[in-house]
Write a protein that binds this ligand. Structure first.
Ligand SMILES: [Fe+2]
Ligand SMILES: [Fe+2]
Length: 280
């Protein structure tokens, strides 16, 4: 089973330009995912789908999603507008006023959370949402993936991090910890590929299709705009999570053209033959 993931599309960053940079970067990633064989079984779209949460941006994305040969599970991010998001992607994904729902994906269960609080850049997870997650986790012991836009982690990376003692982080930690069937947390928001252990499981952050956040571990001073790099245009990214039957293996890739330095031809054949023979 293959679970593809895109995140932080930020469609509509240049609202008057239908061929905007973020659109082209997203299209490049989707072309890469559609070229995969076998194809993904499902696509996670983990928030910040639209820069300003406009219905026009969501409709444009929905046109793409509806044409895919696999279903899409959308999550909400801090740039999204809940009301517009659900009016396009479906109110059946709302529960208790939040975009939170459970989806079955073959042998896996996927729980999509809503970590948005209007006006906040960072995450939120109140007692109501914690109770909802606790009930969802208790309902099945199937291997479960928890999807949430905001990763509850301290990254060390400048302006894109979270306090590990933030109340919402502690609240989420307390619900997830102890559930051995949570095999992975999958996030976006940080615009970088990041992997860590967290609450007794593994958390992976998918790189954005929109431009990335620069790595810079120096302290930030709100009174000193020192000219450091903040947003950079590395290749647009995606993640591909491969379920082996017992483990979830996460790959990170990027869309667009890449130079090909070796192909499987007669020159590479001895190497391939050797590797396959060794594996038995
Ligand atoms: Fe984002
Ligand atoms: Fe975000």
């Amino acid at each position: 089973m293959l679970i593809a993931q895109v995140t932080d599309i930020h469609l509509g960053f240049q609202p008057d330009d239908p061929a905007e940079l973020n659109r082209r970067r997203f299209d490049d990633v989707m072309a890469s995912l559609l070229a995969l064989e076998p194809r993904p079984d499902v696509l996670l779209a983990t928030g910040d789908l639209a820069e300003s949460g406009s219905i026009a941006s969501y409709r444009s994305l929905k046109t793409v999603f509806d044409a895919l040969p696999f279903p899409v599970l959308p999550a909400i991010g801090n740039h999204d507008v809940r009301r517009n998001f659900t009016s396009v992607f479906g109110r059946e994904r709302m529960d208790g006023g939040y975009v939170q729902y459970v989806a079955e994906a073959g042998p896996l269960r996927i729980i999509v959370l809503d970590t948005v609080e209007e006006g906040l850049h960072g995450g939120a997870f109140d007692n109501g949402r914690a109770a909802w997650l606790a009930a969802a986790l208790a309902a099945s012991s199937k291997p479960t993936i928890v999807v949430l836009h905001h990763p509850p982690i301290e990254t060390g990376n400048g302006w894109m991090t979270e306090r590990s003692d933030a109340p919402w982080v502690r609240r989420l930690h307390d619900v997830v910890a102890g559930h051995r069937h949570v095999i992975r947390l999958l996030s976006g928001h940080l615009h970088r590929a990041i992997v860590t252990n967290w609450a007794g499981t593994t958390l992976a952050v998918c790189p954005s299709t929109a431009p990335q956040v620069a790595i810079d571990f120096r302290a930030l001073d709100a009174d000193d705009p020192d000219g450091r790099d903040m947003v950079i245009a590395e290749a647009p990214g995606f993640a591909l999570h491969y379920w082996t039957g017992t483990d979830l293996v996460t790959h990170f890739g990027s869309g667009g053209e890449h130079p090909v330095l070796a192909r499987y031809n007669a020159r590479m054949q001895p190497t391939v033959r050797h590797i396959l023979a060794e594996r038995g």
